[in-house]
Design a protein around this ligand. Structure first.
Ligand SMILES: [Zn+2]
Length: 164
């Protein structure tokens, strides 16, 4: 018995139905999506994508961090990515707290997180435009690399372009 038994059981059923895959690791639609870890988001489903189509990068708040940039560089040069969509969402937990709030919360549990930057989002539109600019101005991508931003509405399923 483990905390993961439900997942192993589900995978056994999945693998029994799995017909094998001849997909490569390249993104066949040439797309990378940067989105949030929020459990309400189905990135493939909401964009009409299937496994094999796109690289999906997820973190808290859909922020373009150093590690996201690193991953995008690899995705562009090694894995067929030719366009990037940055897609935060409505009702994001990251827009409801500040880094100071999180540090205070962990402090109550006796944990010091001040060495971590959480990249919380006081202004979602401003953060998204900042992150798009970060991708567009990095010297590491070939030009032109189409980069777009849109906010996903978790209540309606609609995508609202910010810069597309
Ligand atoms: Zn979120």
């Amino acid at each position: 018995m483990s905390e993961f038994d439900d997942l192993l059981a589900a995978n056994a059923e999945y693998a029994a139905r799995f017909s094998g895959s001849d997909l490569s690791g390249r993104a066949s639609r040439g797309l990378a999506v940067v989105t949030c870890m929020d459990s309400r988001i189905d990135p493939l489903g909401l964009l009409g994508l299937a496994p094999g189509d796109a690289k999906i990068l997820r973190n808290a708040g859909a922020r373009v961090t150093d590690d996201v940039l690193r991953t995008l560089v690899l995705a562009v040069y090694l894995l067929g990515v030719e366009r990037v969509l940055v897609m935060p969402h409505t009702d994001c937990g990251m827009s409801k707290v500040t880094d100071a709030d999180v540090h205070a919360l962990t402090q109550e549990k006796g944990v010091d997180t001040r060495s971590l930057e959480f990249h919380t989002v006081p202004d979602q539109q401003a953060a998204l435009r900042h992150d798009l600019t970060r991708i567009r101005t990095t010297p590491f991508f070939p030009h032109p690399l189409p980069v777009g931003g849109a906010i996903y509405d978790v209540r309606t399923g609609q995508l609202h372009p910010v810069e597309l």
